[in-house]
Design a protein around this ligand. Sequence first.
Ligand code: HQG
Length: 178
Amino acid sequence: MQPNQMTRLSRRLSYLLRHSTQYIDHHGWAKVEDVLAALGERCPSFSQEDLEEIVRTDSKGRYSFDADHRRIRANQGHSVPVDVELEELTPPEVLYHGTATRFLDRIFREGLLPMTRLYCHLSADFDTAHAVGARRGKPVVLRVDAAAMAREGYVFYRSENGVWLTKTVPPCFLTPLA
Ligand code: HQG
């Protein structure tokens, strides 16, 4: 399969597993057979091997199969309400959030909000956050004082693919870096 076709199908997969309720259950699982049928509408030759390749080669580890590879789900990033059994964890001292400079005024008025997703997405490293911010315009990285938040009882999760998630970050825990 051409790389650009694989990219298009991977985007469609992301939509089906994160933003549509058509195939997923309340834990975010979709049956592999349903996903193959849906992607097969776009690309009739699409096979289980192709799906395995998308999951294996995904640059951010976005998807997981269950033990017998009959079900698949996105590890994070959902907009529809699902419980993907996130692991609640004490965060590192500092986490980072990448955004675009044009959002800063609002973020410093109302805090970081999940917007269309279920959680705010935070990274353990500056560079990942910078790349996330650059998707939206002139990037700026916000330092999140996760240790102080944890002391005050804010709950953090880490997804299967290592993204840190929390419901909201009030402005007092945020410092703009670069
Ligand atoms: C911003 C990608 C105004 C927030 C990435 C962000 C990530 C506010 C945008 C994952 C705000 C939401 C998530 C407020 C937050 N006022 N703007 N109060 N609070 N924002 O895409 O973090 O490729 O939902 O800064 O790599 O950019 O999809 O979140 O700019 O891990 O797997 O509102 O998505 O991964 O945008 O990205 P998003 P995000 P995938």
